[in-house]
Each structure stands twice: as structure tokens, then as C-alpha cells.
Design a protein around this ligand. Sequence first.
Ligand SMILES: Cc1ncc(COP(=O)(O)O)c(C=O)c1O
Length: 505
Amino acid sequence: MRSLLGDHVLQRLQQESEGALHQRVFRCLRSAILEKILAPKTRLPASRDLAQELQVSRNTILTAYEQLQAEGYVEARTGHGTWVAEHLPEAFLNSHAAKKQQQTPKKKDKNSYVLSQRGASLIGYAAASPHQWGAFVPGAPDVTEFPHHIFSRIQSKLSREPDVERLIYSNAGGCIELRQALADYLRVARSVQCDADQIIITEGIHQAIDLVSRALTDIGDKVWVEDPSYWGMRNILRMNGLELKPIPVDAEGIMPDAAKGIPKLIFVTPSHQYPLGSHLSLARRKQLLTLARQHRSWIVEDDYDSEFRFSGQPYPALQGLEPNAPVIYMGTFSKTIYPALRLGYLVVPRQLFSSLRIVSAELYRGGHLLLQKALAEFIQEGHYAAHIRRMRLLYGKRRAYLIELIQRYLGPEYVHEYDNAAGLHLVLKLPTECDDVAVSSAALARGVKVRPLSQYYLNAHAQAQKGLLMGFACVNEKDMMMAFGTLLQCLREAGIQTLNSAQLP
Ligand SMILES: Cc1ncc(COP(=O)(O)O)c(C=O)c1O
């Protein structure tokens, strides 16, 4: 017979779509505690029993229990199981005592501590990222192909005689030579209308999103996000107390007609919708610009991987479509060079530059100026453009090979119809009845890293499409074939019919 707790968790799990299974189980258990299905000072079921009841692995339950403990909802008593805490974190927050508690987090013992509500919720939503390398990690470039010898030659030359300007605190918005090199590059390669004095260097798009949302919104403000969209961005917005309004996307990108209310910020990926791959049509671009002007909103253009387009010319940036467009443009070196470089940039309308530069300096005290100067030289000497050209060819071949495998062994309808031959990943479309989360977990257990499309939606809902995000950039053809064979096996186990089974890889 099923327990009250088991019933609650199974029911809630159906409404939970974001994050790995253990995070979803954690949130369901937390709600059981907050709703007093598990009262304070009661004992949680043994992990083995709950795992059996919920039909999940014991590790999933153990990880969820660990997270509950880390956040102060339960206490582990050695040899006596896990117990609901007498005082819950949420309860602290509602009392005067709680406010004090927040200022000085209460240490319960040296291994357990109480997180803030937003800290706890961030952990609840965090992606259980497996190691970000290998078949088919979405969005990962081939970091082994970067000309490290050229870059390190420039870096060592600069660090032998470092300029004082590169070693002190700076509030200039980043190294001026890099801002200049970027302005020249963005004008030509992305049709961005800008000068160096509109550019702020950040530690990637993540930090750029944080900066823009903290500087331009207040807690409780509404922002539009594409649905589906990048979970990393959503976590930053949630952390800044914003109300996220999911706006659907179709083959022409975000659908402003489906939106209601007035947003402060509108987050879009116009060149390559993340994750579905569509390109924002000209009509929608104009509609969005008009709407932003009417509402005095800012459009935030995340141009994360548009250097890689494999047929025709790259689509120009939305920012450059009209003079003085109400657009804040964001780019990154994570996809063109490597993610650990942690360098990205913002191109901001002139009227925002000086305020955003100051906010950036106050919040992050940006550094790495020697690295930025080295990157400026790397770009100015033509190595950056050459590297992108070479990678475009390489990734184009890998993408073509993956599409060939999908078409041969599954059928052409499995490549998502919004795909516009760009970026570092594609979406393998699955039938709506297929459990893409289960397929990706089964694949991960066999070393193949694909991400379930349904988890990129803000909330679990009937329109959420099913599919798998597959990165093709950081895996060579031979490894791709092997990994694809493993994935086919998982798909077959999930009831998907494969073709040409006699010659399966
Ligand atoms: C759509 C999108 N925007 C931004 C980023 C993050 O960029 P950065 O590494 O510059 O923070 C990613 C990372 O995968 C992404 O997929």
C-alpha cells in the first residue's frame, strides 16, 4: 500500500519539470514538510523504502535527503535515521528572529547550516550538470582545437612586462583595447551598431544577465522569457526576485502576440532560439522593437552562438536593425574560444553605459585585464576570425554527420523542424508520449550526455515538446557514431522504432 508521503511525492512529481530527478524529488519532499504531511520532529522513511515506493534509485533519495539536510529542513541522527527539523527555514523567515538569523546564518553544527530562501530555491533549480565534455554535451565547443600556443605566446609576452594599468582596480568597463577590437568585430561580423564606449566586458553572459537585471529592475518586476529557454538565465532572474513570464516560441521565434502585461525586460535569442533553433523573423523583430518602445522596456538580445551558421550568411543582430534600438546586446567567448575563459561582453545603449559601468564595477570589481589585453591582440592579429572560420568548417561537418545518423537510423522527422543550421547543438525531436527525461537519464548512465527538451520549459505543461538536445561540436565522428549507437539502444528501450537495424552502429 502506498504511504501518504509516497502519494504526495508522486502527485507533485507530475507538476515538476525542472532539474534532475533528485532535485525534483527534493522539492516534492520539501513541500511535504512545509505542508506538514511530514510534521516537525517526525522521522523520514528509510531511503531504501522510499526509493522502492517511488520506483527511483536509492541514490536519488539519498541525494534529496542530503539537500534537505543542507538547507535545514531535516537533521540526520547517526544510526537513528533522518528527522524533520523542529524549526524550518521558512518559519524563520516569517519571524523577527528570522531576520537576525538571515544576517548571521545559524550554525547548527559544523556540517549543517541554514540557507536563505532564495539560496535554497536556486539549489533546488540548479541543473545537475554532468561533466561538460564529450558526446553529446549541448553548447560545448571543441576546446582542444583552440590555438593555445598562439594565445599563450601573447599572454607570456604581456605578463613579462605588465603595464600598471592592468594590475590595479579598474572601473572602466574592461580593457579598452578589447572593447575597441570587439566594436570593430561586432560591426562587421554581427551588424551591431556600436562604438567601444558602449561596450562593457563581463565574465560571460551569466554575469551580463545579472548586471542588467540588477541595474534595471526591482524585486517583483515582470520579465518575459522565451518558453522554452536557457535555465541558467532563468536561475539568475529568479535569484534577483523577478517574475518570469513564459512566452511561447514557434518557427519564427518568440510570439509577442501571445504575451500579456508590460515587461521591464524581454530576454530573447533572435539568431538561434535556445534551445529549439528557430530564427526570429523580420516581422517579429519589428513587432518586438515597437512593443519595447511603447512599453519603455529593454530587449535583451542573447547572441550566444551566432558565429556558427552552416548555410548562407549569419543573421544580423537585432540590435543593428534600427538606429538607437531599445536593445541590450550580449555576447560571449564561451562558444568561440572556451567556457572557462569566462569572458563576455555587453553592448549597451549610450544612455545606459555610464550607469551600467559603475554598477558593474561596484558589484564585481572586474579584473583579468592582462587576459583581456591578450585577447584584444589575438583578435587584432586576425587569429580570432581565423579560428572561427576553421571551427565553422569542423562543426559543420560534425553537424552534417549527426544529421545523417539521425536520418538513417531514426528518420528525417526526428530532426526538429525549427532547426536553422546554426550553433553547437540540435534538437532530436521525440513523440509527445515519450519520456525524454527517462531517455536522457538512461543515456547518461551509459556515458552519453543528452539533455531532455521538456526540462527547458518554465513549467511542466501539455505544450512542452519532447526531445533531446544534442551537442555535436565537441565530439569527433568516430566517437559520435559509438555514442549514437548507445543512444539508439536507449531510444529502442523507450519504445522508439529505429530503422536499418541490421547495420546499427
Ligand atoms: C542561451 C545561452 N546563453 C548564455 C549562455 C552562457 O554563456 P556564458 O558562458 O558566457 O555565461 C549559454 C550557455 O550555454 C546559453 O546556452
